[in-house]
Design a protein around this ligand. Structure first.
Ligand code: COA
Length: 168
């Protein structure tokens, strides 16, 4: 088996991305149209993991505002003109192909942010992934009432996290 690698996502990858999302996030469903919008609005942030010529995972990110969390399964409509972070919407990889791939995706996203003069990465950690994101330099943000309300749709234990690229 050759080493899995990330490449830019294409419109034709949409069904594979949706199938992986449905498998990995059965309790956080999102429609293919919602993924397609992100790929249209910000193709540079959308990548797929290729393993043995098949799509084994995806990562989706887009410019956004810090401390604002896009609701799950909703259209973004448009990207902010005054974005101050790249928001990592999701990284999901089939179990057999994990190990080093989140780190690789974040490294590419970091390069993209720097090239866009954006100094912060943001995400919502779900399940028990907080230590993994901490390992990749993200820090949990203490949520105020508004942020907590928005985090609710991401399930129990969801944590908003930021990574300051200037600090690393
Ligand atoms: C999240 C996911 C993409 C991570 O993929 P991965 O290839 O296993 O991640 P990596 O190996 O690149 O992990 C990044 C770092 O975190 C570390 N790490 C992983 N799990 C950890 C844990 N529980 N505690 C501490 N560190 C952890 C890794 O060792 C690695 O550090 P290193 O490069 O210094 O060794 C994968 O587990 C997945 O698809 N999970 C299901 C979907 C999901 O939860 N997505 C996240 C939504 S927020």
């Amino acid at each position: 088996m050759s080493k899995p690698h990330w490449r830019s996502a294409r419109a034709s990858d949409l069904m594979a991305i949706s199938a992986i999302a449905a498998r990995i996030h059965p309790d956080l469903p999102e429609s293919p149209d919602v993924f397609a919008e992100k790929m249209r609005l910000y193709p540079d942030g959308c990548r797929v993991l290729i393993a043995d010529d098949e799509i084994a995972g995806y990562g989706l990110a887009h410019p956004w505002k810090q401390h604002r969390i896009p609701p799950l399964n909703r259209f973004l409509e448009r990207l902010p003109d005054d974005a101050d972070c790249l928001y990592v919407h999701d990284v999901a990889v089939l179990p057999d192909f994990r190990g080093g791939v989140a780190r690789a995706y974040v490294a590419t996203t970091e390069e993209l942010a720097r090239a866009s003069r954006i100094a912060t990465l943001a995400l919502v950690s779900v399940y028990a992934t907080r230590p993994l994101w901490e390992r990749l330099g993200f820090q949990p943000v203490t949520a105020d009432a508004e942020l907590r309300a928005k985090l609710a749709s991401y399930g129990e234990g969801a944590t908003y996290m930021l990574r300051d690229l200037a600090a690393t």
